[in-house]
Design a binder for this molecule. Structure first.
Ligand code: NAP
Ligand code: MG
Length: 400
């Protein structure tokens, strides 16, 4: 069989622990037999990040800006314990944070839906993707406790020293106070990423805030989305047969529950944090959640939503068998290869990506899966080892 040729390399970001082990196996068993894989390889494993003073992470993000598509393995975000475990020179920052800062993107998370694992919400037939704004609001707040009676004011001073002041509250006794902000620039790039992702997925985009109560703050989000849509995306949406629709968050929550899925739900930072956990849990499991960072410049970085599965890695190091779910990581690869194929006009790469996903889902539907899925599965299910499950997918794929 001749392998599928690629023209532009994928940016490959290798990672840590159990997911690093799965990474190599996925390539060996599922990709390399079919694709003449072309990647520009960056080792984001913690040792290499330490050795290069984290320059490798910056380089990998810049390569993504250059080539347009990356696939990333889960990585350790060091804490004090990891600094000791790996004798690190420094407590390096989260690679995802560094990459996001360079690509200036929005993270989209979508569940992988498989027959036999029913969402808690019976009418959900298609996945619901969450687009979470990743800057500002309560995540960059200033807050303190008010100790006694007094006057709280909001004050802005411009470059010429002109002050704008507004009363927040006259306290009769002790209480609490909080200041939030966002910037038009960040909201605009969030909106642009959402519109681009909706076009790329050919799915409707919903956006919701609490603009009836927050008539300036949340209303600004609503206005920026509406203006950008009118100015730059309306025609493309109409041509693609998809819809942009804004509604109050209360109404959105009710509609999401009653819907059959198959759309993208854009949310402010806090709303997206809470709702993405709710959606992931209601659809089944974190190990079945994909994640893609889309930059306003149209670059894509695909990954699994889960971490490096440390507990399983320590078992692996002791020589014990593991049963670690590779599905989200496989879908990161298929997503990246499909996007590469789309950008380079290589339809066979897209066909291969579709088959890889279909083979993965069919293997589960045939009752073969890792142990985390066995308890969720309705029907006869066998819990396989990490290797056993990958081999079963490889067999299904070969048969296809
Ligand atoms: P985690 O790696 O997602 O694992 C938490 C637990 O969830 C696991 O112990 C396992 O439960 C279950 N799980 C997650 N993924 C699974 C899979 N693919 N198959 C089977 N079970 C799975 O989160 P964590 O333990 O909090 O974090 C570990 C490391 O990952 C940390 O160093 C963190 O910094 C890093 N992290 C990286 C990313 C990223 O790169 N995007 C994201 C999150 C965390 P059981 O043990 O019960 O089987
Ligand atoms: Mg959360």
């Amino acid at each position: 069989m001749t392998k599928i040729l690629m023209t532009t390399p994928l940016v490959e970001m290798d990672g840590d622990e159990m997911t690093r082990i799965l990474w190599q196996k996925i390539k060996d068993k599922l990709i390399l037999p079919y694709v003449d894989l072309k990647t520009e390889y960056y080792d984001l494993g913690l040792e290499k990040r330490d050795e290069t003073n984290d320059q490798i992470t910056v380089d990998s993000a810049n390569a993504t800006l250059k080539y347009g598509v990356a696939v990333k393995c889960a990585t350790i975000t060091p804490n004090a314990q990891r600094v000791e475990e790996y004798s690190l020179k420094e407590m390096w920052k989260s690679p995802n944070g560094t990459i996001r800062a360079i690509l200036d993107g929005t993270v989209f998370r979508a569940p992988i839906v498989v027959k036999g694992i029913a969402p808690c919400v019976r009418n959900w037939k298609k996945p619901i993707a969450i687009a979470r704004h990743a800057y500002g609001d309560v995540y960059k707040n200033t807050e303190f406790a008010v100790p006694c009676a007094g006057k709280a004011e909001l004050c802005f001073t411009d470059a010429n020293g002109n002050e704008t002041k507004q009363l927040i509250h006259e306290f009769n006794g002790s209480g609490i106070i909080q200041g939030l902000h966002n910037t038009d620039e960040s909201i605009t790039s969030f909106a642009r990423s959402c519109f681009q992702y909706a076009l790329s997925e050919k799915q409707d985009l919903w956006f919701s805030t609490k603009d009836t109560i927050s008539k300036v703050y949340d209303h600004r989000f609503k206005d920026i989305f509406a203006d950008l849509y009118e100015a730059e995306f309306k025609e493309a949406f109409e041509a693609a047969g998809i819809e942009y629709f804004y509604t109050l968050i209360d109404d959105a929550v009710a509609r999401v529950i009653r819907s059959d899925g198959g759309f993208i739900w854009a949310l402010k930072n806090y709303d997206g944090d809470v709702m993405s956990d709710m959606i992931a849990t209601a659809f089944g499991s974190l190990a079945m959640m994909t994640s893609v960072l889309v930059s306003p410049g149209g670059q894509y970085e695909y990954e699994a939503a889960h971490g490096t599965v440390t507990r399983h890695y320590y078992k692996h190091l002791k020589g014990e068998e593991t049963s670690t779910n590779p599905v989200a990581t496989i879908f990161a690869w298929s997503g990246a290869l499909r996007k590469r194929g789309e950008l380079d006009g290589l339809s066979e790469l897209g066909v291969y990506a579709d088959k890889l996903e279909a083979a993965t889902l069919k293997t589960i539907e045939d009752g073969k899966m890792t142990k985390d899925l066995v308890m969720l599965f309705e029907g006869e299910a066998t819990g396989l080892t990490s290797d056993g499950f990958l081999d079963a997918i490889a067999d299904t794929l070969a048969a296809m």
